[in-house]
Write a protein that binds this ligand. Structure first.
Ligand SMILES: *Cc1c(COP(=O)(O)O)cnc(C)c1O
Length: 363
């Protein structure tokens, strides 16, 4: 079946092989006589699915033994509250604002702790990455929050900051919702990472949290039990019913990622896809991207037409050619091509071909 190329920012395209597998197992998972969505989360069958997903993700992301992998709910936005509830100890948390998502995280954390804006790129319209050496980190901060890939503004840390060399002992918290599993993670620099699944891991409804064990057990007394990392960890993510079907499908994605060659392969592929698209944009006179070259996202590529009155025609032509969901986020306008793991290079090439064709007919 020849499906169109889907550039949605999230929920986003899934690997077709995974959709085919899930469809084949929909009515009867491995001879159990049940769909995964009909199984008890405490039953033997789901236990197998859960353990396999945990093990595969740990292997894929090379998560060290002193980190817990939690399968939660509530999405990235709920984590903006859950993180300070668990880690702030009521004291100050540092935030680096590089776009809409880190700004939202800061705003939400204000309800639970004192926040310090350590650095911001607001002055340049969220198009650069403030040099870590200039961050105003507070002494004794409970944690330092960054969004390692800004899905809306298209700004990505190509390397995670090393807080120790910046004179901070605080754990680094990263919101990696929109580039998780697109490259390896340097866990020696991270205390906690969280992300909604619907960008690069699977269906909406599952939220991934990877947390260093020594950060567990210091939640504020008002923290809801279902959102207390220690409670979730002590109960293997089954304090309450986890999003079972989303975990199962994400597990199929983990196996697909392993078959592709894991993180080194995905990183190489992401670099190649992003370079193809940015080169086409930079080489044109019709389109432009505002983000500084050293922090351009390899997953979310926002771009604009110099003449906005052509936007509607551009999108209509794209749809006709099977290039879906390219409209930019309403806060920045223009276009956005999200090119997550499930987007093959052929899809990016098809978009690049269309960019050229449209430019030729509208220059
Ligand atoms: C999509 C996204 C979120 C929000 O996730 P929800 O699941 O809608 O709560 C948070 N952070 C980043 C970086 C995102 O891309």
């Amino acid at each position: 079946m020849n499906r169109p190329f889907n550039f949605s920012a999230g929920p986003a395209a899934m690997p077709q092989e995974v959709l085919t597998e899930a469809a084949a197992e929909m009515l009867d998972w491995h001879g159990s006589g049940m769909s995964v969505m009909e199984m008890s989360h405490r039953g033997q069958e789901f236990g197998i699915i859960y353990e396999q997903a945990q093990a595969d993700l740990r292997e894929l992301l090379a998560v060290p033994g002193d980190f817990k992998i939690l399968f939660m709910q509530g999405g990235g936005l709920a984590e903006n509250a859950i993180v300070p509830l668990n880690l702030s100890r009521g004291s100050t948390a540092d935030f680096v604002v590089t776009g809409s998502w880190s700004q939202k995280s800061l705003n939400e954390a204000c309800k639970y702790c004192t926040v310090n804006l350590a650095a911001s790129n607001q002055a340049d319209g969220h198009t650069t990455l403030p040099n870590p050496a200039t961050w105003q980190l507070s002494r004794g901060a409970s944690y330092v929050h960054i969004c390692s890939n800004e899905t809306i503004h298209g700004v990505e840390y190509h390397e995670l900051p090393n807080l120790k060399t910046l004179g901070s002992d605080a754990p680094l918290v990263i919101d990696f919702s929109s580039h998780v599993a697109s490259r390896p993670v340097d866990w020696s620099r991270v205390g906690l990472a969280f992300g909604g699944a619907q960008k690069n891991l699977g269906p909406a409804g599952l939220t991934l949290v990877v947390v260093r064990q020594d950060l567990l057990g210091q939640a504020l007394p008002v923290c809801p039990s279902a959102f207390n990392y220690k409670t979730v960890a002590d109960n293997q993510s089954m304090f309450n019913t986890p999003p079972t079907f989303a975990i199962y499908v994400a597990g199929l994605v983990f196996q697909w990622l392993k078959r592709q060659g894991g993180m080194p392969a995905m990183e190489a592929r992401s670099k190649a896809k992003a370079a193809l698209l940015y080169d086409a944009i930079d080489g044109s006179r019709l389109y432009f991207n505002k983000v500084a070259a050293d922090c351009r996202s390899r997953m979310n590529v926002p771009f604009h037409l110099h003449d906005e009155t052509l936007d509607a025609a551009f999108l209509a032509g794209a749809r006709e050619r099977g290039l879906l969901q390219l409209k930019g986020h309403k806060s920045v306008g223009g276009m956005r091509a999200s090119i997550y793991n499930a987007m093959p290079i052929e899809g990016v090439q098809a978009l690049v071909n269309y960019l050229r064709e449209f430019e030729q007919t509208h220059a």
